[in-house]
Design a protein around this ligand. Structure first.
Ligand SMILES: C[S@@+](CC[C@H](N)C(=O)[O-])C[C@H]1O[C@@H](n2cnc3c(N)ncnc32)[C@H](O)[C@@H]1O
Length: 431
């Protein structure tokens, strides 16, 4: 995943600064998950470890507490191990927790659903430092299984102990796919969203947890998610990275342009844009219902889009962003807890978009350009050269997001676009 325009892969030495989230270096902004792509295998083991004592209470880790179960899922790959290792770094957790939009929306959602959590059993899929598990304990959960395959689970256990919550929060160090929980749970909570929603492929682990442990009628937070895309104009960005080379201290360095374009725009960029960069209403790329989605459905997502530009402007590429909603399971319309969002047809481009039926009913965590910024920012796919579009000009094509065969946590992006009689294809990989 590329968080700025200044490199064609994640490991360029120039413009380096410490990325607190993953201890990774890059120029403009922070990467949520990248560091794991560098090293391949790490020394992290794939066994599950829990901190329960013989009475089922949380306690210090010991060799006898190590438990292995490989009957549920494929074994973790070297890529998985490197991925979990990347989450052992404090910086990534600091960045997530300091993202107040993210963390406070989760806390509000937990409090909003307190009646479904108090006295109930919760599993926190990917607990990290344990913050969401502790919020659930504060909301009155009877028991919270806080599961994380990263070494950060050891820290979570210390945090739980220091807050005198060891009787409620049971930290399990292992993959959700491997650990054993000997009871059904009422609630699943997880912060699984990667850039462009599906990068990291962590949603599959939430599905696994759901299918292993969730009681019928149980609650999943967040309950659904939507990935959007829209065409954008961003002349400043293009000038900064490309036009810059046309005149450098009076020297014509245009010979650098092909390399500059490749390095800047070959891969997706994670950046913050504003609503002013967006040329039309967004198109829904994928809507995910966490209660019903299958792992198979996530392997490849294809959508066709058709936009009509609202203005005359140079089209520089597409922005992607997502939102997630914290509502209960979808139930019949006669029930008061019916999902609060409806999907209706976008009058501008004919695509579907979500409309809030009752804004008071479900909390939404949005990463849209017009909403307060989050650490996810927006994900941009830039063209190598802009396309001039007139007002009302059609921009159409398709996009396919598929898990890489090499490493399912990488995402291949196949983008086809046509406008004004010209057609293009762009392939990129978010790694
Ligand atoms: C985005 S972080 C969220 C951390 C924490 N819940 C929070 O909100 O601050 C995701 C965490 O999930 C863990 N994780 C991802 N996949 C997992 C799996 N299959 N089993 C256990 N932990 C997993 C990662 O190690 C990471 O710590």
């Amino acid at each position: 995943m590329y968080s700025s325009s200044n490199h064609s892969n994640g490991y360029h030495p120039q413009h380096q600064h410490e990325d607190n989230r993953f201890g990774q270096t890059h120029s403009h902004s922070k990467d949520r998950v990248r560091r794991y792509t560098r090293g391949g295998a790490t020394s992290t083991n794939s066994r599950s470890r829990d901190f329960r004592d013989s009475h089922g209470h949380a306690g210090p880790t010991s060799a006898s507490a190590l438990r292995v179960s490989d009957q549920h899922q494929k074994p973790a790959t070297d890529f998985d191990m490197a991925y979990f290792h990347s989450y052992a770094h404090v910086g990534i957790h600091e960045e997530m927790i300091k993202d107040r939009v993210r963390t406070e929306t989760y806390r509000m959602a937990i409090m909003q659903h307190q009646s479904a959590i108090a006295g109930k059993v919760v599993v926190d899929v990917g607990c990290g430092t344990g913050i969401l598990s502790i919020f659930c304990a504060q909301a009155g959960a009877k028991r919270v299984y806080a599961v994380d395959a990263s070494e950060i689970a050891l820290q979570a256990n210390e945090v739980v102990k220091a807050n005198n919550l060891s009787d409620t929060v049971i930290v399990l160090h292992g993959r959700v796919e491997d650990v054993e929980i000997d009871e059904e749970v009422d609630v699943i909570i997880s912060e699984w969203m990667g850039y462009m929603l599906l990068y990291e492929s962590m949603l599959g682990s939430v599905i696994t947890a759901r299918d292993r442990w969730l009681k019928p009628g149980g609650l999943i937070l967040p309950s659904n998610a939507t990935l959007y895309m829209a065409p954008v104009t961003h002349s400043d960005r293009y000038s900064e990275s490309i036009d810059f080379w046309r005149n450098v201290y009076g020297i014509d360095m245009s010979a650098m342009l092909p390399l500059a374009k490749q390095c800047a725009f070959e891969e997706p960029c994670v950046e913050t844009i504003t609503g002013e960069n967006v040329l039309t209403w967004p198109h829904v790329v994928k809507h995910v219902d966490c209660y019903t989605i299958t792992i198979h459905e996530l392997e490849s997502v294809t959508t066709r889009y058709k936009f009509k530009s609202m203005m005359r402007a140079p089209l520089h590429g597409f922005a992607f962003w997502f939102d997630v909603e914290f509502s209960g399971p979808a139930v019949s319309p006669s029930n008061n807890h019916t999902l609060s969002l409806l999907v209706d047809n976008n009058p501008i481009d004919g695509s579907q978009r979500k409309k809030r039926a009752n804004p008071n009913e479900a909390l939404v965590l949005s990463t849209a350009p017009e909403d307060p910024p989050t650490h996810w920012q927006q994900t941009m796919i830039y063209f190598y050269d802009p396309i001039e579009v007139e007002q009302d000009q059609l921009i159409e094509g398709s996009v396919t997001l598929s898990q890489s065969k090499e490493n399912a946590r990488f995402m291949n992006i196949h983008l086809e676009y046509a406008s004004g009689g010209r057609a293009f294809v762009k392939e990129s990989v978010m790694r």
